[in-house]
Design a protein around this ligand. Structure first.
Ligand code: BDR
Ligand code: CA
Length: 317
């Protein structure tokens, strides 16, 4: 069983990833960090609480993460993709303590489990960068880092060259890439875009949830349909929608089904058209890396992903 501390901006694919983590017997979620990104930090905290209430998983501690990027720019949320509250059409009515300042709790978790905690980050890297600044010694005790971010040798989704999680705070991304003591596993957009889940599969899950009276039946299909509509309008050829953040978690529990390459990586912070671009030095003849070397995913076994996703998501009670 893998112990995971999950940093997320609680948009739609993030929320499905949290459900996947709750339902997966190979995952022990030791905490979630809710930060700004797809939605505001407050909405992210509220979504975390809402999902915990629906699933009865209030035992998992939720931590308040970053509310701003290190760029100094105001955060840009993405309601078109994720809905005004990050839940598609759903507007939950739930009380949350937004004054909570409990981020230091993550230090305690890592210190209590030295060498055992995997950090999975599927939003901006701002909270994780803060952890490296606040707790540099503690962060050396993290087992591994799995990051959804960047786009290598293919288009971005915010600019022609930049992906949302890196573009939103490239300074933070570089703090991770330069400070991590173990190579970071990066699951980039060009790979996660292949993690397509079809509406037919979601409909099957939805029928199942309703047949057993599972509370998550309220959530999965309405969120997915909203998200799929956005992707389909953008690219009518798509037969489903990519669950970027689910793939990133799946990669951690299915190491054998993901192909990585050791690649020097940095993120562009110079103001200009390449801002937020992830540069990977894929040149085979370079023997001395200028940038820190990380493990960049280049491929995964799609059939295994879908099989596992369906099986795990049925495990809702
Ligand atoms: C990433 O941006 C967000 O829209 C998704 O949640 C994912 O983490 C993809 O670029
Ligand atoms: Ca995300």
């Amino acid at each position: 069983v893998k112990k995971i501390l999950f940093f997320s901006d609680f948009g739609i694919d993030d929320n499905i990833a949290v459900l996947y983590a709750f339902f997966n017997k190979e995952i022990e979620l030791v905490g979630v960090v809710a930060d700004y990104g797809n939605v505001s930090k407050q909405d992210a905290m509220r979504n975390a609480a809402y999902i915990q209430e629906l699933t009865g998983r209030k035992d998992v501690p939720a931590f308040a993460g970053a509310e701003l990027p290190l760029t100094g720019d105001p955060p840009a949320y993405v309601p078109d993709v994720h809905g005004i509250e990050g839940l598609g059409p759903i507007i939950p009515d739930i009380e949350v303590d937004y004054t909570l300042e409990n981020f230091h709790g993550i230090q305690e978790i890592i210190e209590k489990n030295p060498g055992e905690i995997n950090i999975v980050n599927v939003g901006r890297l701002s909270s994780l960068a803060a952890a490296f600044i606040l707790y540099p010694e503690t962060m050396k005790k993290v087992k591994g880092f799995y990051i959804m971010g960047g786009a290598f040798n293919e288009p971005g989704n915010v600019t022609p060259v930049a992906e949302a999680n890196f573009y939103g705070d490239p300074y933070a991304a570089n703090i991770l890439l330069t400070q991590a003591k173990t190579p970071v596993k990066i699951i980039p957009l060009n790979v996660t875009s292949g993690a397509i889940v079809t509406p037919a599969l979601i409909n099957e899950l939805d029928e199942y949830y309703h047949s057993i009276g599972s509370e998550v039946g309220k959530l999965v299909k309405p969120m997915f349909d909203y998200y799929y509509k956005f992707y389909k309008e953008r690219n009518p050829e798509l037969t489903g929608a990519p669950l970027h953040d689910v793939l990133t978690l799946w990669a951690l529990v299915h190491e054998d089904h993901v192909v990585y390459r050791d690649i020097p990586v940095k993120v562009v912070v110079n103001i200009g058209e390449a801002f937020g671009q992830s540069i990977g030095d894929f040149r085979s003849y370079i023997d001395k890396a200028v940038y820190p070397v990380h493990q960049v995913a280049v491929n995964f076994n799609y059939a295994e992903f879908i099989k596992d996703f369906y099986k795990t998501m049925k495990n809702s009670q």
